[in-house]
Design a protein. Sequence first.
Length: 214
Amino acid sequence: MSDARKRITDLENQKLKERLEQLAYKVGEHKEQLAAITEAFAALHAEPEPEPEPDWPGVSPSWTDDIDQDQARELWDWLTEWCQNILWPIYAQDVWKPCWYRHTRVRVALTALRGAHHWSYESTKVPPTRSLEWEFRWWPQTETLIRAELQDCGLPRDDLKRPKHPVPMPKQPTVEDPHPAPPAFTAKDFVDPGFFEYVERNISKRREPDKEAD
């Protein structure tokens, strides 16, 4: 009995209960930390949410793809709206000519440029440096291409004896006709009058849309 009492006294002196409580508290802290680490690790390896699909046609569609008539019309609208409202008035006035749409290589380059513009300025999941890359890399290179492709188009006074896709010269007033009618379009117009007819002809050459199954 004396020996048992001594052992009980020794355990009480060692404050075993308090130590067990401290140990339980530390175990609880470690569990919380482990749970937080597990959650963070899972978040790092989780599949990112998919980028919302833009209105046709995505990153860089191709005019040479096997697109149907509806897709071709959508592509024309998608490209033309952006060129007319953003590219032409802000960036391309100095190199633009109203016959741009007749040049396949120009259309292909502008379509890719428009796709790059979407991911540079309209996407929320790209680094901020992407817009600088568009401004100082993709647009200057495309500008050079447009200038080269359209160099043989324009007014006769542009040192071109026989311009390709010529822009009509304004008529000078004469005694017989002191107020001549202005030309149908000028070199400063976005497109020439043949644009809509050209687009419709281009679309009509495409295959018809696939019929939906009943």
